[in-house]
Design a protein around this ligand. Structure first.
Ligand code: SF4
Length: 195
């Protein structure tokens, strides 16, 4: 069977697919999607219409950095002692369990695995559970294990932000949607269904 001059030209659909950008995806804390992965076996489901839409579009990348770092459920609560997630990444602060065990390496590992997952899946933004020593983006525990908060980021949130992935808390999903719209308007990714 021979090929005519016309058949050497790629069909229109194939040309379109070859140009399609991967859809911009959103990393999201697994516990916000209702997965019971928190240290005490609970979840923190965020019932939100935008998250539901993104889920239907297959835009979400659910991730729990603490499970990825080697912890299981349930596990001991942990807090950062020092300046926060960036200081942990610089080796200037540590993460400890309530009984005093230094678990910094596991938190750093979980953060790097989150970054790896993000890079593999064209993630440009993340919705992370605030207050967590991994996922916190506006506040974290103050290191005293007394339920006291202070401004700061968890280890994963700090690494993602440092690497150019914008992090939003579960209270900032509208802002995250606006940021995503900006990225798409600037041509950063394809539409749902492109990939
Ligand atoms: Fe949720 Fe993040 Fe804690 Fe995992 S590490 S349970 S995703 S807040």
């Amino acid at each position: 069977m021979g090929f005519s001059a016309d058949s050497d030209v790629l069909p229109e659909r194939a040309v379109d697919n070859s140009r399609a950008l991967p859809m911009v995806r959103v990393l999201v804390s697994s516990c916000l999607l209702g997965e019971s992965v928190r240290y005490d076996g609970s979840h923190a489901r965020a019932d939100n219409i935008i998250l539901e839409r993104w889920k239907a579009e297959r835009r979400l990348v659910p991730f729990c950095p603490e499970l990825a770092g080697g912890f299981s459920v349930p596990r001991s609560p942990a807090e950062i002692q020092g300046e926060g997630g960036l200081a942990v990444l610089r080796g200037e602060a540590i993460v400890v369990e309530k009984a005093g065990r230094d678990v910094t390496a596991c938190f750093v590992l979980g953060a790097h695995r989150a970054l790896q997952a993000a890079r593999c899946d064209n993630v440009k933004l993340a919705i992370l559970k605030d207050g967590s020593p991994s996922c916190g983006s506006t506040y974290i525990g103050n290191g005293s294990f007394k339920g006291l908060k202070r401004a700061g980021q968890g280890v994963t949130a700090a690494l993602l932000e440092q690497q150019g992935i914008r992090v939003f808390s579960e209270r900032q999903i509208k802002e995250a949607a606006a940021y995503l719209a900006q990225l798409e308007a600037a041509g950063a990714g394809g539409k749902p269904g492109d990939s």
